[in-house]
Design a protein around this ligand. Structure first.
Ligand code: SAM
Ligand code: SF4
Length: 384
């Protein structure tokens, strides 16, 4: 029996000042003034169209992702949040995150975001080394990054995430450690520490930088940085996510627990459990901002709808849940996939025999070895 899990709301804001050469997100260089008002109108029309998928449900987190959401003025964010909370019930005190590029931080802006309801800021820092930032094509230097974080703190925002990437072109182990130390000096609540990947259809994939650290060095960087973060009280709870106690990202945790989410805006993806129909629906929106803007609120803005067949659900569930250091409860697997735990008994037994997973009081927890070979573990759950 499928039981609808908590619901989140993802809002995609697709523009950036400049496209970074490593980035394959649905992000587009802004050419000329951006249509903020028209985009907010379109977001609300998009939400109206999706509302029947979520009637009567409460939203537990909102995430403005990009692109660079901090290009949007606070009054646009405010108007969207007012419109959304008039259409959907917002849980009291829900987490509302806005992604910010430090190169777009302006004095006064963070206070206005906060007054609009934003209570968590996620900064795309990437590195504090000015040479690395240049090679990554970033629009800011390290001093601007530090100043942006302080502006947010001065505006009373204390739930801050800093995104760092490691295994950067030309980066040594000492440089990767120095980045984490400089991040920790800003006392963030949360750090996301991503290994740089070469994504298809990016400038880096077409012309890979020659001095990217090899896998062994990248592994050492991850281990050393994890230890530095742990010493500072940041507990790893997911492959790339570290947080102080009680500061884990509610929005991302909901994804990793195979929760539900509405996805609105250009190219946004949603996943919704339809209790009556006993189905799990994936819906995605048309990717290009101009095309989505022109069609928002009409069926033409929907890029596609797909139901996740029962036999595909275990793999999709594991793709998310096995990223979590604490793993998952078997009862949640049953409720969120609508399948008995016996469906996965065979791959679970195999993974346990290989020392990749262990059972703990009704939960399945990846071992350190299982975390290292995550893709192999997840592969065991592919529909036969
Ligand atoms: C949508 S961006 C965040 C906010 C904003 N756009 C910025 O870059 O400042 C999400 C994060 O994904 C990470 N990321 C993007 N491309 C990546 C790649 N190829 N490999 C690893 N991490 C990547 C970066 O740390 C980035 O901050
Ligand atoms: S600013 Fe962020 S979203 Fe935009 S291109 Fe760079 S990494 Fe991608």
């Amino acid at each position: 029996m499928l039981i609808p899990p908590p619901l989140s709301l993802y809002v995609h804001l697709p523009w950036c000042v400049r496209k970074c050469p490593y980035c394959d997100f649905n992000s587009h260089e802004a050419r000329g003034p951006l249509p903020f008002d028209a985009y907010v109108d379109a977001l609300l029309a998009d939400l109206d169209q999706d509302l029947p998928l979520a009637w009567g449900r409460t939203v537990h987190s909102v995430f403005f992702g990009g692109g660079t959401p901090s290009l949007f003025p606070a009054d646009a964010i405010d108007r969207f949040l007012q419109g959304a909370s008039a259409r959907l019930r917002f849980a009291p005190g829900l987490e509302i995150t806005l992604e910010t590029n430090p190169g777009t931080a302006e004095h006064g802006r963070f206070g206005d975001y906060r007054r609009a309801g934003v209570n968590r800021i996620s900064f795309g820092i990437q590195s504090f080394d000015d040479g690395c930032l240049q090679r990554l094509g970033r629009i800011h230097d390290s001093a601007q990054a530090e100043a942006a974080v302080k502006l947010a703190q001065d505006a009373g925002l204390d739930n801050l995430n800093l995104d760092l990437m490691y295994a950067l072109p030309g980066q040594t182990l000492a440089m990767a450690e120095a980045d984490v130390e400089r991040a920790l000096a800003l006392a963030p609540a949360h750090v996301s520490h991503y290994q740089l990947t070469l994504e298809p259809n990016t400038v880096f994939a077409a012309r890979p930088p020659r001095d990217i650290p090899d896998d062994d060095l990248a592994w050492d960087m991850q281990e050393r940085c994890q230890a530095l973060l742990a010493d500072a009280g940041h507990v790893q709870y997911e492959v790339s996510a570290y947080a102080r106690p009680d500061r884990r990202c509610a929005h991302n945790l909901n994804y990793w627990r195979f929760g539900d989410y509405l996805g609105i805006g250009a190219g946004a993806h949603g996943k919704l459990t339809l209790g009556g129909e006993q189905a799990i629906l994936r819906r995605w929106k048309v990717k290009h901002p101009a095309a989505w803007l022109a069609a928002a609120g009409t069926p033409a803005a929907i890029g596609g709808d797909e139901r996740i067949a029962p036999e595909q659900r275990p793999f999709e569930f594991m793709l998310n849940a096995l990223r979590l250091v604490d793993g998952f409860a078997l009862a949640d697997f049953e409720a969120r996939c609508g399948l008995p735990a016996s469906t996965i008994a065979a791959p679970l037994a195999q993974a346990q025999a290989r020392g990749w997973l262990r059972q703990d009081n009704g939960s399945i927890v990846p071992t350190p070895l299982g975390r290292r070979f995550g893709n192999d573990v997840i592969g065991l759950f592919l529909a036969g």
